[in-house]
Ligand binder design. Sequence first.
Ligand SMILES: Nc1ncnc2c1ncn2[C@@H]1O[C@H](COP(=O)(O)OP(=O)(O)OP(=O)(O)O)[C@@H](O)[C@H]1O
Ligand SMILES: [Mg+2]
Length: 431
Amino acid sequence: MTIGLSKKKSIVGRSPKDIEKYGFDGSGYIGKVLMSKGEKPVLGRKIFMDMTRPHLVLVCGKRGGGKSYTMAVMLEEFARLPFTVKNRISVITIDTVGIFWSLKFPDKKNNDTLADWDLKPSESDVRVLVPKGKLDFYTKKGLPVDGALTLKASELDAVEWMALFKLTWKDPEGVLITTVVEQVKEKLGSYYGIDELISAVKSNTESTKLTRQALTNRLKVAKTWGLIEKQGTRIRDIAKPGAITIIDVSAYRQAIGMEGTRDIIVALIGKKLFEERMLFRKEEEINLLKGKKRESAMPIVWMMIDEAHMFMPNDEQNLALQVLLEWVRVGRQPGLSLLLATQRPNKLHPDAISQCDLFISHRMTSKPDIEAVAAIRPSYLHQDFDHMYSQMPKSKGYALIVDDNSEKIWMVKIRPRFSWDAGVTANAFTD
Ligand SMILES: Nc1ncnc2c1ncn2[C@@H]1O[C@H](COP(=O)(O)OP(=O)(O)OP(=O)(O)O)[C@@H](O)[C@H]1O
Ligand SMILES: [Mg+2]
């Protein structure tokens, strides 16, 4: 690979009007354009990505293609935005694999590659939150964790409890949890935890003993997750201005029967952020009307979700799906950006594909997945995706970027990370 010395640069995700007004302010350096393919690819101008406007970004590519790596590069760039811009933004990353904590450490192994790009190893200021019940697990492993995350019990409605326990209206436990949630809410308002729900279940007289026992057991199991409590983490602590927060949900990955916990985290955080941003958006408009700056206590939010097909599947229900579809459909107005990464676009809800304004795709070979993204194909894309992928160099980190904002298409190589890559493909050697 030859890295050109081109001084030219371009930006994706920004309209020509915004480029005229803001230039490259509030953007991040993500890679370089591929000038010539073949045996020795030649790279040219730098490519930047807009981080200030609401976007729906879709990052695709087959397994090991570089999606998580590309997300890490973006996180590094968010961390390096100048204070005035950064403080208006909050980034929340849902880490399903447990790899983004390593952004905290510089990549000392890749000095040479970074030097080729005129870059240096460096750490990024990110904050890692893990579900409270898993805090011990992480600290014992020596992983750098900055805090615990809990969800507020009263924010879960009966339908959410049912989904967590995989119950339906037909199940006697489904009926009982609905009754109990209503009763407890009425009696205690918004300050109750799982213990209060268990007491209410036990004193219910309209259900059978077996139903009460079954539901009590489920609630006791939910207590062991250490996630749902009387007092949940405040959304304003999650979406802090200028903070880049990684919510590591990977501990729930292998745990059978606990998949729902991951979904409820995304669903509740997504729902709360949406509500809060809608409110603050009004405050910002009023400030503008009064001749003040467009400012409020709540920053605009980027939520970045790795393995997004898990939360927005196209063929099954998921607690997070409806919430994320709201982000996709109307997130622009309240200033909510979503970045979805997936190796299976074919499994992703079609709205997440058709609505994206920035499509970043690493190599894809599976026909159904390529067909799924064909919905994006805009009129300014003159070749089909099959052809584009066949033109892409086979080594890692190359990506096709289709940008609706500038109506341009680029073939780029994503820049190397400054930080340690904890997602390196496993092999049988130990070095
Ligand atoms: N831009 C890049 N520059 C250099 N190496 C890269 C780049 N992108 C990816 N790689 C290498 O490829 C490996 C796999 O990338 P990554 O983990 O991002 O794949 P992925 O698409 O997220 O895969 P999966 O679908 O399995 O999650 C990385 O650990 C890294 O070694
Ligand atoms: Mg990945």
